[in-house]
Design a protein around this ligand. Structure first.
Ligand code: NIG
Ligand code: FE
Length: 399
């Protein structure tokens, strides 16, 4: 046994483990345990099961009958930015369409911001997300679009998470408006050299008004050669080559997946690439919802994430995304909870998070509710009462 302190979180009304060893049927992915307890040893889960069978521990913590789920894994966000785009949102809600061009507004504000201001912004949105149950998050560059500003964004992001993504190819930099090929050369050359040491992933916005399929392939392939693994913004605003490219390059995730052909759905179902759906973006751009049901029925792995950014989805709330996915995208509450936890972990190719199993990081969310289903059943209500991250009780709405 280790020398760290053990804590038994007990009197859990219902526990989502995402461990099929506890499944009651072949279709039960949540591995739900009633009247449960979780043994934490240092920053890891040591045991989970029925409270009546719990092993001894140094201390006990009473969950008072609340539901417990794994911490949310938010596998797609853009948190290194300055300013906001309230006017653009107002205009959209008055009927104007969303376009990739709005990104330029945030690029200008981000370039003008000090390191301290950017750092303070990341910290603020992370605290906000943690209070809502997010214990792991990915975040991207993409609002700098110069070698200096992209590398700076990644350095700041990497002080807060290991899941850092180089998105120099968010849009063609305004400085290269007349020569997109030269910008692709920069993104795959000098900028990649400066950014690769600070990132795990490389991403491209593959869309009309951003980068086409050939450009996206060149960028992701160059990143792969530098040891970065691909993920891609695909098929958000229109049909396009992004999803097929994701499958071809073994991207960890194809994100958005709003406009899919049958061949796209097949490609996702028959690859390791996770379909990451971002309902906050459709909500905030008044767009048609991605069809989670179609992807799940075809056998694809689906993740849910916030896409938190000041343009298309200014929410850090995974519970909000779960509620939208259940109400409007054809997911059951069980599927949505799985996708927001284990699904996000799959999109980051991680097995140590998103589940309450021995050896996993001790990331737990205690809900002021008898069941995880209340996350969709009681939308907009701050149900996250406590968050444990790496075995440490941190924060929550109920304090
Ligand atoms: O994921 N799609 C591209 N990037 C972001 C939007 C960024 C912005 O509008 O600032 C997204 O939706
Ligand atoms: Fe995004």
């Amino acid at each position: 046994m280790s020398s760290s302190t053990t804590t038994l979180v007990t009197n859990i009304g219902s526990l989502v483990t995402n461990d099929t060893a506890h499944a009651e049927s072949p279709t039960d992915n949540l591995g739900l345990i009633h009247d449960a307890a979780v043994l934490i040893d240092g920053d890891r889960i040591a045991w989970a099961g029925r409270a009546a069978a719990a092993p001894p521990a140094d201390t006990a913590y009473d969950a008072k009958g609340r539901a417990v789920i794994p911490g949310f894994v938010d596998s797609h966000s853009h948190l290194v930015f300055a300013g906001d785009r309230t006017q653009e949102f107002n205009a959209r809600m008055s009927g104007r369409a969303y376009s990739a061009g709005g990104i330029r507004t945030t690029v200008a504000a981000t370039r003008a911001a000090t390191d301290e201001a950017l750092e303070a912004n990341v910290t603020r949105y992370l605290r906000e997300a943690l209070r809502q149950g997010t214990t792991t998050f990915e975040t991207k560059s993409g609002y700098g679009l110069t070698t200096h500003d992209e590398a700076r964004a990644l350095r700041i992001a990497s002080r807060h998470t290991d899941e850092v993504t180089y998105l120099g190819a968010h849009i063609v930099s305004p400085d290269y408006a007349d020569d997109p090929a030269a910008y692709v050369a920069l993104v795959t050359g000098e900028m990649l050299d400066a950014c690769a040491p600070h990132a795990r992933w490389i991403d491209v916005f593959c869309e009309k008004g951003a980068f086409d399929g050939d450009q996206a392939r060149a960028i992701l392939t160059a990143g792969k050669a530098r040891g970065l693994h691909p993920r891609i913004h695909a098929n958000q605003l229109s049909h396009g080559p992004g999803v097929q490219l994701a499958a071809e390059l073994d991207a960890a995730s194809a994100d958005h997946c709003t406009h899919l052909t049958d061949a796209d759905v097949d490609a996702l179902a028959n690859s390791r690439t996770v379909a990451t759906l971002l309902p906050g973006a459709e909500f905030s751009t008044r767009a048609a919802w991605p069809d989670a049901r179609r992807l799940l029925d075809a056998g694809a792995t689906v993740a849910l994430s916030t896409d938190c950014n000041p343009g298309s989805s200014f929410t850090s709330s995974m519970p909000f995304c779960i509620a939208l996915a259940v109400r409007d995208m054809g997911m059951t509450p069980d599927e949505a909870i799985w996708s927001a936890t284990a699904g996000g972990a799959a999109a980051l190719r991680r097995t140590d998070i998103g589940r309450v199993t021995p050896g996993a990081r001790a990331d737990l969310v205690l809900l002021d509710a008898p069941s995880h289903v209340h996350l969709a059943y009681r939308p907009g209500v701050p149900l996250v009462s406590e968050v444990w991250r790496g075995g440490v009780r941190t924060t929550g709405h109920a304090g």
